[in-house]
Design a binder for this molecule. Structure first.
Ligand code: ADP
Ligand code: MG
Length: 658
């Protein structure tokens, strides 16, 4: 058996299983070996029933004290029994497993393993696993893998398949030189893979995860380094001309504000790139509200005046519409053809735009990632910019290159990755940072308050509205939900309208609305036809309405700090004083401490590092999952030591074959 053999070679995998596995992306033996568990289950010593509380995942050693009941309920067959130890009793319930009726008998002893729930005063375990004492002794303290699954595939099936190839796992080739492994105290690749699936203990699992993280980082870094070499070799086929530079100067002079130094520097970096012999590949980093959009517009303008087409890609349609409207206004004097292409453009519109792109009539296209997809042909694509989106992936670049396009690339991001990490992760890119906010901006005033402050907040909003400003209210949910107690957009809007409506115009916006509806609401909000917009976090990225001065966030304790910072960034974008009101419904000590960070600081980098400190590294800002940095295990914060090592190794051994 070899690593690249078809998965069907593995014992027990036939056509049917193979096609199911394929849905998980497992097609070869190697895919199976690198299909890592998402968690592990540890069996622990049984505990007395009485000591268990709701939500505990535990083992209890009990005697069956009743006969086993089995009856057909409305939706399932339900089999149940009562069990007890010296300390108390607990009910065991299984769904659709009628055969268990004959399995258990009154008086027998078993170890049941599962999550404890309370129904009234009674403890219940649903679908517990069960073991004889002897069986349990064998599994005790081992860590069992829990794999990510899709319908039709069981955890057991994957476990068995991996076991069937375990001899191959152990001898998995290691591409790292022995001395590197020794010097850095690393686990061998084979061992790490084996321990990933069947860890002997937590310590070994930790070492295994570290090693896998290193492998992932190295693969990624060597990949982007090669990419960089290719980009540097590539000649710039889209040099901007003198007229473009002149018009850009005119554009800047005509802006209603003075650019910040950061913005000026960024534009001059871009101008240098686009005039040089090489293609631009640049990251523009700047906190929310730092004014990245005008920088993008300056770049698009220079590109189009020089005779090339430009594309601006954003993550949501709502943001695409907003950018489209802003950019049309800003570029009006230049008589360029700007188009909006999104998933909800009609077939006719799409046809027209596609045709204009192909023939070169359209100068600038704005939209979601659809704009660089398969059926889009450009006449002369010179510049691609992505906004508030994760990095421009190697894949996207390849797709374009295959079609013969080699545009300049700029990525704009408000994600405050610490500079030391950014340099490594964006090694293929040059970086411009806008590290200041426009001067006349007043700092947003923050307050973290409990629900009793709501009436005062509403009064305050009313006053702001009377003064001609607008407000956002963010709720975590769209609709009322039985199991979660949190404010929802629909009811909230209703009650605001009823109780406080009057002259204040309130509407709502959420992600599940039709695109047309979303567009309409946003349009009306920006045109000041709506005073208070109640919304879910769909407005989190990018939306710009400088006239909005209040951001009130319900259930603030439910959001991450970084996300709250993004939300707050929707206000404080104009000259007027802005306010952020964080309603802390739960008011636990922990949530107070977390929210205090926002109250005290408006600096994205500071908030990011505090967030990291308070909740420990994890799936931070989704950075880990973004674009082609799609690591299965590695986490740039959690495994920053491995990231640094990977960088060293990628320089020392640029030809490692991972
Ligand atoms: P972000 O960096 O979050 O994308 P935007 O580009 O949306 O920020 O800019 C936010 C607001 O600030 C916009 O209304 C924009 O017109 C305004 N703005 C941008 N640059 C400046 C500046 N130098 N001085 C004053 N206002 C500015
Ligand atoms: Mg923006």
């Amino acid at each position: 058996m070899k690593l690249d053999d078809d998965i069907k070679i593995v014992k027990g995998i036939g056509d049917k299983t193979a096609s199911l596995y394929s849905k998980l992306g497992i097609n070869t033996v190697n895919d199976l070996i690198t299909y890592y568990p998402r968690a592990y289950k540890t069996y622990s010593e049984p505990v007395p029933v009485k000591t268990t509380v709701e939500g505990d995942r535990v083992a209890v050693f009990c005697k069956v004290v009743t006969y086993v009941e089995s009856h057909n309920g409305r939706r399932y067959n339900i089999t149940s029994l009562s069990a007890a130890d010296d300390s108390g009793s607990i009910r065991m319930v299984w769904f659709n497993m009628p055969f268990l009726k004959n399995k258990f008998h009154k008086g027998e002893e078993y170890i049941f393993y599962g999550v404890v729930k309370y129904t009234g005063n009674m403890r219940v375990m649903e679908m517990p696993e069960y073991f004889t004492e002897f069986q349990y002794q064998k599994t005790l303290k081992t860590m069992q893998p829990i794999y990510p699954l899709k319908a039709g595939i069981t955890n057991n099936s994957i476990t068995r398949s991996v076991k069937a190839v375990s001899s191959l796992v152990e001898t998995y080739p290691d591409y790292l030189p022995d001395e590197v492994i020794r010097e850095n105290g690393l686990m061998s690749r084979g061992q790490s893979l084996l321990q990933m699936h069947f860890p002997e203990n937590e310590e070994k699992l930790k070492s295994a995860i570290k090693r896998v993280a290193l492998d992932e980082f190295l693969g990624f870094l060597i990949g982007i380094r090669r990419l960089k070499e290719e980009i540097v070799k590539e000649e710039n086929a889209h040099k901007i001309n003198e007229e473009a530079r002149c018009k850009k100067d005119g554009f800047i002079a005509g802006l209603p504000f003075e650019l910040t130094n950061g913005q000026k520097k960024a534009i001059s970096d871009i101008e240098t790139d686009m005039s040089s012999d090489h293609m631009m590949n640049r990251l523009l980093q700047g906190d929310v509200g730092s004014g990245k959009t005008v920088v993008a517009v300056a770049a698009l303008l220079m590109n189009s005046i020089s005779g090339y087409q430009g594309a601006l890609m954003v993550p949501t349609e709502v943001l695409a519409v907003q950018h489209y409207e802003d950019i049309c206004k800003m570029l009006k004097p230049y008589k360029l053809t700007v188009r909006l292409l999104t998933g909800s453009s009609t077939a006719k519109e799409k046809r027209e735009i596609l045709n204009e792109l192909k023939t070169g009539i359209c100068d600038i296209v704005i939209g979601t990632h659809a704009i660089i997809q398969d059926n889009v042909d450009f006449n002369s694509l010179g510049l691609v910019i992505t906004d508030e989106q994760h990095r421009f992936g190697v894949k996207q670049r390849e797709t374009l290159a295959e079609k013969g396009y080699k545009p300049h690339v700029m990525v704009m991001s408000a994600t405050p990755i610490p500079r030391t990490l950014a340099i490594i992760i964006y090694a293929d890119m040059d970086i411009s940072v806008i590290n200041e906010l426009p001067a006349e901006r007043k700092k947003t005033k923050n307050c973290v308050v409990g629900t009793s402050y709501r009436p005062a907040a509403y009064n305050f909003i009313r006053k702001e509205v009377q003064a001609g400003h607008q407000a956002y209210v963010i709720c975590p949910m769209i609709e009322e939900n039985e199991t979660t107690e949190a404010e929802d957009v629909i009811n909230y809007t209703e009650s605001l309208k009823q109780n406080r409506g009057g002259s204040v115009r309130v509407e709502y916006l959420h992600g599940k609305m039709k695109e047309d509806q979303k567009k309409e609401i946003l349009h009306r909000f920006i045109n000041k036809e709506i005073d208070v917009l109640v919304s879910t976090t769909v407005i989190e990225v990018g939306i710009n309405n400088p006239n909005a001065t209040v951001m009130m966030i319900e259930n603030a304790e439910r959001f991450g700090l970084a996300q709250l910072h993004q939300l707050r960034g929707r206000v404080g974008r104009g000259e007027a004083q802005s306010y952020a009101i964080f309603i802390n419904v739960k008011q636990s000590k922990e949530s107070m401490e977390r929210l205090k960070v926002l109250e005290d600081s408006n600096d994205g980098f500071h908030i990011a590092s505090e967030d990291l400190r308070l909740r420990g590294p994890g799936d931070f800002f989704g950075v880990r999952q973004s674009g082609d940095m799609n690591f299965k295990v590695a986490d740039i914060y959690n495994h920053s030591d491995m990231l640094v090592l990977a960088q060293e190794l990628s320089l020392k051994y640029p030809n490692l074959n991972i």
